[in-house]
Design a protein around this ligand. Structure first.
Ligand code: FES
Length: 368
């Protein structure tokens, strides 16, 4: 009868009788190091230290409360169009900065407070649990239930009203940003909003638009473009003149009016209805298309000069510029809207007419 090692028979190997794999079968005996000596915390030894720890925990929960209040103030009182300059990022929405800051402080205060509470005031006992069958014994189960039942008492939350009140306040208030994000920030359907862009002309005080043929300007340089500047193969990121000088709603209007400008050899357009329309709406092979992907609205920013394809980096929808930006690959369902262009008396490119259909995603009924 052959002899079996404890590993083969499944017999548990005491910690101080094992050997290390990969040592050529030579047993490496080692002693169980055990646990380091227990060092009591200051808060275990002195009630004053425990009170100090409680104040620190309460301070962190209060920080969370202040952060959540900052979020609420930013949400209701700061106009999302108000911009502030952040080094490295440029102009960004002040509201977004404050919302992010408030939310971060709200979460951070609760998280750090809970960790500090656990490290200073919750029970500090090391224990060793030996391996045992997966199912606990009946006594262990009863013990667990009793431990959980006494948890509130041993964590001191019932004895420390200041901490209890601030934790309740922090957690209670923090539910408001979540509710606001879920319910209050969905916004209206984009239906009509995406039908009218800055290319439609000038918007009067009464909200009515007067037609105007805006010059095409480079983004972000804000300089007009002459037809001769656009060489074959080049791509320009374009906005309507005046948009970058807006004080209000600049980001919103920019998102809708952004256009890509390219020049093709006029012979490169396909001899299809779409190809002919694309050439006719352009100027000497220069064409302008909305930059907002018709799938879910990412900026279409990649132009393959040799194939004349525009590629959306989000889900790889591909549009054929030689055939009116028809979708030839990917999840987008309709072509990019084309901006009809021509030149003014000084040779600068201008919009001859605004987009003839809504820009952006087509997930709503455009006909309505
Ligand atoms: S947003 Fe462009 S492919 Fe999805």
């Amino acid at each position: 009868m052959s002899e079996h090692s404890p590993h083969e028979t499944g017999t548990p190997v005491p910690l101080d009788q094992g050997h290390v794999e990969g040592t050529g079968g030579i047993p490496e005996r080692f002693a169980n190091p055990g646990l380091p000596p227990h060092v009591p915390r200051a808060s275990d030894l002195s009630e004053a230290a425990a009170d100090r720890a409680e104040k620190q925990v309460a301070g962190l929960f209060t920080l969370s409360i202040l952060g959540t209040l900052l979020f609420l103030v930013a949400y209701f009182m700061v106009d999302v169009q108000t911009l502030t300059f952040v080094p490295g990022l440029g102009d960004v929405s002040l509201s977004n900065i404050l919302l992010g800051l408030g939310l971060s402080l709200g979460l951070l205060g609760i998280g750090l407070g809970a960790v500090h509470w656990a490290k200073t005031l919750m029970p500090d006992e090391e224990s060793v649990e030996m391996r045992h069958p997966m199912r606990s014994s009946d006594e262990a189960r009863e013990e667990f239930v009793a431990t959980m039942a006494g948890g509130a008492e041993s964590s001191q939350i019932t004895r420390r009203p200041l901490m209890k009140a601030t934790l309740g306040g922090a957690l209670g208030l923090f539910s408001l940003p979540l509710l606001l994000q879920l319910v209050g920030s969905l916004g209206p359907l984009p239906k009509n909003d995406l039908s009218v862009t800055y290319w439609n002309g000038k918007k009067g005080e009464d909200g009515h638009w007067t037609a105007h043929k805006w010059r095409l300007v480079r983004d972000p340089e804000n300089t007009p473009v002459k037809a001769e500047d656009v060489t074959i193969g080049s791509v320009f990121h374009i906005l309507p003149e005046g948009l970058l000088d807006m004080e209000h709603h600049r980001l919103e209007e920019k998102g809708k009016a952004a256009v890509l400008l390219m020049r093709l050899n006029p012979d490169d357009f396909q001899d299809t209805p779409g190809g002919r329309k694309a050439r006719d709406w352009g100027y000497q092979g220069i064409v302008a298309y909305s930059k907002i992907c018709t799938h879910v609205g990412c900026p279409v920013g990649l132009y393959e000069q040799t194939t004349h394809h525009l590629l959306c980096p989000c889900h790889q929808s591909t549009f054929d510029v030689t055939d009116d930006c028809k979708v030839i690959f990917g999840p987008a369902k309709r072509p990019l809207p084309q901006l009809k262009i021509t030149v003014d008396d000084e040779g600068y490119l201008i919009a001859d007419q605004p987009f003839q259909e809504p820009v952006g995603p087509s997930f709503w009924e455009r006909e309505s």
